[in-house]
Design a protein around this ligand. Structure first.
Ligand code: PEP
Ligand code: MG
Length: 899
């Protein structure tokens, strides 16, 4: 049997059978439009007779160097015969001519990206015949000139301008402004002019043979699959390029046959808000493209009730039917020809993030879909979009068009920020406190820039990547952030930056979009979202929590972040980085004193001063997380990070020496020597984490005491505390064996002193490959694991997390050497294998081992799916990512566990 390329609507049963009832596969063959036209016909809705040339025919045509595959054209002719029989009209017959449209339609809708030709079958003879038959010359010659123009532009590649200019000139000469003012004679004259335009540009006459028109139009639609617009759209929408488009040949129905005719487009719910109201436009006495083109002012769909009540009632009814049939919001096209309603298209409607959530929740509440389906229909990115201030999309487009896009970097933390540029943290803080909107701009940020970051609306850096300090801190605080915008040259001395010839001085306005990584000059207006008011999102996420296997915890260092995390639905704190507390203004000098102490007694004195600070921090967090687990990580970074800048001290020493100033010189020299002595070639692999605890146990002992004093104090007040003490950067079980018992001893001692006993755990981070490989041994001591995937990625790849993105990593992704940035999405084949091994080995030793993740990947949906697959207990991410993670955790469970 020869290959079947062409399908009548009634053949849909056969196609469905062929692909085992998979509607996605039916769409792959017939295209979305073709499949849905056939489906509407099958359920008895009024669809004009037609047929579909398959996507497979398109692919065969393109593969063969633009030649129809054998048998296709014959099948198209046979299908044409079938619709001639159905309509009682004949293609090319002047006495009762059949006219058809030829419309593209791929598996996934690509609105307006490919081509369409309407009114095929009209020529001088059929036009005259149709005019006689309908008694409506005006309509016929209007349709004829539309065919010549569309055929001219789509099939023959003639630009629209000469046609439009001719029409405008004609109207001007006649002294009218609207197309509806033109008469039959006018359109006849324009048909002549349009034909001349075709001859002039194409070098031959507009084809009078209807079959020739159909053949060329079919080819043109096939070719439009590879048009620039279509290719660009597919790239942006991540639609594969090898799907091909189907071609739908459908009997023409006319909305321009008088004032009892019309045409329109509508959504079954409001695509912007999701509200359950019919939303759309129509025009009386018009053809489809008039509605879209905006030449005439369209009317709101509800007004159709007054204009054509019968048709409106039927249309409402059909919309309801389509929604319950497809169980999804539909985007429909219709035409009314002399009072009779025809459906020309239906497809799932595109919508905003807000509408996506509302529609999913409403439809589940209406019983149209299940709660699980509602969850699956909302994308993690929809939640993200809804929860961050966003730029008004129109304004952003305009800014781009006006050349205000300064640079693009890594989209580190989503959201829109507008502010005046401040090139250092102190100024950012000063301006922020004075109520000014600030965007802090730095080559990169350090822990002692945090105050500026907190005061700023957003952060922009020219260096660093997705796990750089700026990125991590920004996400944690929900600050929009763009990092590694390497086109920007920052001159800190002149207090200015420039990119692509645009100069921005301190105090001037910039706008940054952390969701896209774009930085603009000037102010772009934003719109603010509020989580507590997002009732539908709350409902959806409560359903998600019931389905998810993974819990979502949060990374939070301060009580106010813990409270926020809880409000966002976090079920615990997965990482409290204690060292951030050391950087606060009144504490840093004590920390420095502790580091520089010359004797144990001096060091202990500084530690004793720090203890009350830490204790009160922890009390706040325990209170905020009443009843929920709180993982507190003991000090991790190398000590030099707490010290003043070496270069600045050196400069001060030199200055004093040059000026012969002795006062304070000795102290400065000692400080410089101390800082120099801390110098390491590879500090990230140096004296930090558990190594620091072993070499200098005083700090962690103080921290553990502070944790348990706080826990006991809170427990006495009736707060349910569940402290979990986390030791970072373990690489060998003996490290844990050495330090953990000493710390646990302190815990027990404090509980005894306080006369309270609290539930607690001691555990470690898995962030060094060796720890993952020997997880069975480590689990003999550690009661829980938390993957520090920032370090684990750094150590597994051997990529410096602070430098790689700016130097080569983004380039690697662009060149396809790496599929994604491994600091944003877990590298399942490398880092992931280590993680899986660690879970399995760890639980082999300790079956109830609690396993989580607290690296930046904990808020990334793809990484969350992986954490689900390796059976972790929870993921922990910055508070602002908690809602996204809750949805992603449910997505993972639904994808992998339900069937
Ligand atoms: C990690 O390495 O993933 C982690 C959470 O720790 P930090 O980012 O503080 O090194
Ligand atoms: Mg780490």
């Amino acid at each position: 049997m020869s290959t079947k390329w062409v399908y009548l609507y009634e053949d849909v049963d056969e196609v469905e059978k062929q692909v085992g009832g998979d509607w996605g596969k039916v769409k792959a063959i017939l295209g979305g439009k073709g499949a849905n036209l056939a489906e509407m016909a099958r359920v008895g809705l009024p669809v004009p007779p037609g047929f579909t040339v398959s996507t497979e025919a398109c692919n065969a045509y393109l593969a063969a160097g633009e030649k129809f595959p054998p048998g296709m054209w014959e099948q198209e002719l046979a299908a044409l015969k079938a619709i001639e029989e159905k309509t009682g009209k004949k293609f090319g017959d002047p006495n009762n001519p059949l006219l058809v449209s030829c419309r593209s339609g791929a598996k996934f809708s690509m609105p307006g990206m490919m081509d369409t030709v309407l009114n095929i079958g009209l020529n001088d003879e059929t036009a005259a015949g149709l005019a006689k038959l309908t008694g409506n010359e005006r309509f016929v010659y209007d349709a004829y000139r539309r065919l010549i123009q569309m055929f001219g532009s789509v099939v023959l590649g003639i630009p629209d301008e000469p046609f439009e200019e001719a029409l405008d000139e004609y109207k001007k000469r006649k002294g009218v402004t609207s197309d509806t003012d033109l008469t039959a004679e006018d359109w006849k004259a324009l048909v002549k002019t349009f034909k001349q335009i075709v001859r002039k540009h194409a070098g031959f006459d507009f084809p009078q043979d209807p079959l020739e028109q159909l053949r060329l139009a079919t080819e043109a639609v096939f070719k439009s699959w590879n048009g620039k617009r279509a290719v660009d759209y597919r790239n942006a929408a991540k639609i594969p390029h090898d799907l091909g488009t189907a071609v739908n040949i459908v009997t023409m129905v006319f909305g321009n046959m008088g004032w009892d005719s019309g045409t329109g487009v509508a959504f079954t719910r409001d695509p912007a808000t999701g509200e359950k109201v019919l939303y759309g436009d129509y025009l009386l006495n018009a053809q489809g493209e008039d509605v879209v083109a905006g030449i005439r002012n369209t009317k709101k769909i509800t007004e159709l009730e007054k204009d054509l009540p019968e048709a409106y009632k039927q249309f409402l009814d059909i919309c309801k039917k389509l929604e319950s049939h497809y169980r999804e919001m539909q985007d429909v096209e219709f035409t009314i020809e002399r009072g009779k309603l025809w459906m020309l298209q239906t497809r799932d409607g595109k919508r905003t993030a807000r509408a996506a959530i509302k529609i999913a929740v409403d439809m589940a509440n209406e019983g149209l879909i299940t709660r699980a389906e509602a969850i699956q229909r909302v994308k993690a990115s929809d939640v993200d979009t809804l929860l961050h201030p966003q730029f008004d999309p129109k304004a952003k487009k305009q800014a781009t068009a006006e050349g205000k896009l300064l640079a693009k970097g890594v989209n580190a933390s989503p959201g829109a920020a507008v502010g005046m540029v401040a090139f250092d943290a102190d100024l950012a803080e000063e301006w922020g406190k004075a109520g000014k909107a600030v965007v802090m701009v730095r080559p990169f940020t350090k822990p002692d820039d945090v105050h500026g970051m907190l005061a700023a609306k957003g952060i922009l850096t020219s260096e660093g990547g997705a796990t750089s300090h700026a990125a991590v801190v920004a996400r944690q605080f929900g600050k929009p952030c763009v990092v590694g915008a390497s086109d920007i040259a920052i001159d800190l001395e002149k207090r200015q930056m420039s990119a692509h010839g645009v100069l921005v001085k301190e105090g001037e306005w910039v706008s940054i979009d952390g969701a896209t990584g774009e930085a603009f000059v000037g102010k772009i207006p934003t719109v603010e979202p509020r989580f507590e008011e997002e009732k539908d999102l709350h409902t959806l996420l409560s359903w998600a929590d019931e389905i998810a296997k993974l819990q979502v915890w949060a990374n939070a260092d301060y009580p106010k972040d813990a409270l926020r995390a809880r409000a966002f639905g976090a079920k615990g704190i997965g990482l409290c980085r204690t060292e951030h507390m050391f950087f606060e203004q009144e504490r840093l000098p004590i920390v420095q004193r502790m580091i520089l102490a010359k004797s144990e007694a001096e060091r202990q004195q500084a530690l004793d001063e720090l203890l009350p600070f830490q204790r009160s921090d922890f009390e706040g967090i325990f209170k905020a997380m009443d009843g929920l687990p709180v993982i507190i990580r003991l000090i991790d970074p190398p000590l030099h990070e707490f010290m003043p800048n070496e270069r600045q001290i050196l400069e001060q020493v030199i200055e004093k020496r040059v000026k012969n100033e002795t006062e304070g010189l000795k102290e400065l020299e000692e400080l410089l020597a101390a800082i120099e002595s801390m110098h390491e070639s590879n500090p990230m692999m140096g004296l930090r984490g558990i190594r620091l605890s072993i070499v200098m146990p005083g700090i962690v002992k103080m921290q553990v005491r502070a944790i348990f004093e706080a826990a006991c104090n809170m427990a006495k007040q009736g707060v349910v505390v569940k402290p979990e003490v986390m030791i970072p950067l373990t690489g060998h079980v003996n490290e844990m064996k050495y330090i953990q018992p000493q710390l646990e001893e302190i815990a027990k001692q404090v509980m005894q002193e306080k006369g309270v006993s609290v539930e607690y755990k001691f555990g470690t981070m898995i962030e060094i490959p060796r720890a993952a490989i020997t997880a069975d041994e480590i689990a003999s001591v550690a009661q829980f694991f938390s993957f520090g995937t920032n370090d684990l990625t750094q150590m597994t790849f051997g990529y410096s997390r602070d430098d790689a993105e700016a130097r080569f990593l983004l380039d690697y992704v662009e060149k396809g050497i790496l599929p994604t940035n491994p600091f944003q999405t877990i590298d399942r084949e490398g880092v992931g294998v280590l993680m899986k091994m660690a879970v399995e080995k760890g639980r082999a030793t300790r079956p109830d081992l609690e396993v989580g993740i607290c690296g930046e990947h904990g808020g990334d949906p793809d990484s969350i799916e992986f954490c689900h697959l390796i059976k972790q207990n929870y993921v922990s991410c910055s508070p602002f990512r908690v809602p996204v993670a809750r949805l992603a955790a449910a997505h993972a469970a639904l994808k992998h566990d339900s069937k």
